[in-house]
Design a protein around this ligand. Structure first.
Ligand code: ACM
Ligand code: ZN
Length: 730
């Protein structure tokens, strides 16, 4: 109720103020401040405005502010026309007061972070051009008083640069984006099975070899880069540069070296660190070993790990050091005579006891270098983990609660709200194992609805969102950040609201702040953000979409390809034919259509193959359109899949899957599609794309379709096939 009253007070303050020309009258800050009172006496920034800063430690913030707003530094405040940055030790570290009067803008913070937060709020009181660093002066700052502080100390974003490398320049750019949203932690996922991205001087091959996949690398390529060697890593100098850049922006960088699972990259460089058994998981003709768990009982492993971790500790000032602990494949330890003997000797049967021991050993190593571990939630249940550790709860809110009840400081990041690599609606791209959700769902996370009492909420350390980068490669990879932008914004805006304490109202109130003011800001930041799509309605022969924000609506006739601005409802008896979307200053919503557009047909079909089927998920599943069938072995050049239909199929679109997007290492790496009208004579019509899929638009009628592999898949032990997707004629 208090929250609601506050939101109403803000809306009233906005609505009741007198509009002034040239000034955007409606203050809309993201994240919503704790208290904001708007008034009429604006401040005008001119080239003569002085910037004064009352503490030497605030100089980096002054320099930062001057990159965006062309004001001059002054030693002391003049009588009028100045911006003042100062400290007040009676405020909490990240707390700030911001006042804008005719004479001055004053930002008082409890510490560096508080002043920085005040500067971000100041940016949002200015025209959005401030983010272009070319805002013309004079510029008006809306008069107001803000008293604000974050509810949660930890407001994080996890960037996975291991699965797909992200260049240093793009990491810096991303740090800017999250800093604009008062996010104060970057959890940097630097290693995983698919890559090692940080230079280790005592073990140079880790990055020099393990930073690259494909080609002659011992690391298997994925998702469309089958023959090309690709990747990258950061030198220690570059790491220091990123850490310093982030620190200036009130962001602490927490490194992650993911252990003891998710470590295949490390294992490919140092196979001796694996458990003591001969690999039996090799592909028939492959030369990749997919084992990725560090043997927990080899003493030498702890010496190597200490050498590695000591170097990483020295590069990061953060007290916390994330050591992973997630998804350890216990079967590798169980097969190891040494690891299984360790368990037996102690009367244990549960492999997690080995993980507890491993985590405790790594924790002791970190302690020597003054660090405390952060871990994924799996590692919090053993008992050996220090109560000083931070635990990242990714599985669910329920698991977060269990971790918290064990007395751990917990970062909330349940995947179904905060895994921003997940697709944002059913028909968009991206993985979906955590569910398809968009900004609205992230904003909807609510402690009360999740069964938390206010006392329990008081124990929460903070929030974090994650961006896992395996699917990034298929979207242009490290060449651009556009896909990360699209997947993460505006979801980061909702993360920021949650982590700040969710001082705003319901979705409509937040969405209003987003589209009335923040769309412009994100456009000027240079972000390729996603716009919430309009809803499609079909009633009485009229197909319509409703305008839900200030973007422009378009539609496309899927038959003629014609694009038009949407002005009024379309009279049609074929609603499936039209696709709609919204655009605002270069940003777009996904295309949306009436549900009939997505309808598929399921003609009778039989699948046979040169590869034997896996009886557990056999080829008869194709007749049931059950979607996933598995082969018994991996694929060799020349292997084929034959789909035979009972009747001639006529359709507007058909898609065949010799691979599955969510299983990037189990697909035909290259091949082509042939179709046949009579079931015996085939014509080659298209090539498989890099993820084993092929689509035909308006194909001629076919009775059979055959996919032929032109390359062998190296690594992996089976291929995951999907049912064909067949769309009827309009
Ligand atoms: C995780 O998603 N394995 C932390
Ligand atoms: Zn072992």
């Amino acid at each position: 109720m208090k929250r609601l009253l506050l939101a109403m007070a803000v809306i009233c303050a906005v609505a009741c103020s007198t509009p002034k020309s040239e000034v955007a009258t409606e203050v809309a800050i993201i994240p919503q401040p704790l208290s904001l009172v708007q008034h009429d006496n604006n401040f005008t920034i001119t080239p003569a405005t002085a910037l004064v800063c009352d503490a030497a430690e605030l100089a980096p913030i002054a320099a930062y502010l001057q990159e965006y707003v062309a004001v001059k530094s002054a030693e002391s405040a003049p009588a009028t026309n100045y911006i003042a940055l100062s400290l007040d030790s009676s405020l909490a570290e990240e707390e700030y007061h911001l006042s804008v009067s005719n004479d001055a803008v004053k930002i008082v913070g409890g510490g560096y972070g508080g002043v920085f937060n005040g500067v971000q709020t100041l940016f949002q009181l200015l025209p959005s051009e401030v983010y272009t660093k070319q805002m013309p002066l004079p510029a008006e700052v809306q008069g107001c008083e803000v008293k604000d502080k974050p509810k949660f100390a930890y407001r994080g974003f996890m960037l996975d640069v291991a699965r797909t490398f992200v260049t240093k320049e793009n990491v810096l750019r991303y740090i800017d984006y999250i800093a604009y949203h008062k996010i104060n932690k970057l959890h940097w996922h630097l290693t995983d099975s698919q890559g090692w991205r940080i230079e280790i001087k005592s073990h140079p091959d880790l990055a020099k070899v393990g930073g690259f996949r494909g080609g002659d690398s011992p690391l298997c390529a994925a998702l469309g880069k089958w023959n090309e060697k690709y990747g990258g890593y950061y030198t220690q100098e570059e790491i220091k540069e990123v850490v310093a850049y982030a620190a200036q922006r009130n962001i602490e960088v927490i490194p992650e070296i993911d252990l003891p699972g998710h470590s295949a990259a490390l294992m490919r460089i140092y196979p001796d660190m694996l458990c003591n058994y001969t690999n039996d998981e090799l592909a028939v003709n492959g030369n990749y070993d997919s084992r990725g768990v560090v043997c927990a009982t080899k003493e030498r492993n702890y010496r190597i790990l200490e050498e590695i971790l000591a170097e990483v500790c020295a590069l990061f000032p953060s007290k916390h050091f994330h050591i992973g602990g997630d998804e350890v494949n216990m079967s590798q330890w169980k097969k190891c005579p040494d690891c299984s003997a360790w368990l037996r000797k102690r009367g244990y049967t549960d492999g997690h006891k080995l993980e507890d021991m491993f985590i405790a050993r790594i924790q002791a190593i970190l302690a020597k270098y003054g660090k405390v571990p952060s871990v994924w939630n799996e590692a919090a249940f053993g008992g050996g983990l220090s109560k000083e550790a931070l635990v990242h709860g990714w599985k669910s809110a329920k698991v977060c609660k269990e971790v918290m009840m064990k007395g751990y400081r917990t970062i909330f990041m349940p995947q179904e709200f905060f895994y921003f690599d997940m697709r944002q609606s059913d028909h968009e791209t991206g993985p979906v194992w955590g569910g398809a959700f968009d900004v609205r769902k992230t904003y909807s996370f609510d402690f009360e609805k999740q069964g938390f009492s206010p006392e329990e909420v008081a124990l929460v350390e903070g929030f974090e969102a994650a961006y896992w980068s395996e699917s990034l490669l298929s979207q242009g990879g490290d060449k651009s950040l556009d896909f990360i932008d699209y997947q993460t914004f505006p979801r980061v805006c909702a993360l920021s609201e949650q982590a700040w304490g969710k001082n705003g109202g319901e979705w409509e109130e937040f969405h209003h702040r987003l589209y009335t003011r923040h769309y412009d800001r994100m456009a000027d930041m240079g972000l390729n953000f996603r716009i919430t799509p309009p809803n499609v309605k079909y009633e009485d022969g009229l197909l319509s979409v409703e305008k839900i924000d200030n973007s422009t609506l378009y539609y496309r006739d899927d038959v003629t390809g014609k694009v038009r601005k949407y002005r009024k409802a379309i009279r049609t008896d074929k609603p499936a034919k039209y696709l709609f979307w919204a655009e605002y200053r270069g940003a777009k919503s996904p295309e949306v259509a009436h549900k009939s557009h997505y309808k598929t047909i399921q003609p009778k079909v039989k699948l046979t193959s040169s590869i034997p089927e896996n009886p557990k998920r056999g080829y008869d599943r194709v007749a049931k359109y059950a979607n996933r069938m598995d082969t018994q072995r991996t694929c060799h050049a020349g292997d084929w899949l034959l789909f035979e239909f009972e009747e001639l199929v006529e359709c507007r679109k058909v898609k065949f899957y010799a691979g599955y997007f969510t299983s990037p290492s189990r697909l035909f790496p290259a091949g082509y599609l042939e179709i046949s009208e009579d079931g015996t004579t085939f014509e080659r019509v298209a090539e498989l794309n890099e993820v084993g899929q092929v689509e035909l638009i308006n194909p001629r009628p076919f009775k059979a379709a055959r996919i032929v592999a032109t390359a062998s898949y190296i690594g992996g032990s089976y291929i995951r096939i999907g049912s064909p997707e067949i769309y009827p004629k309009y």
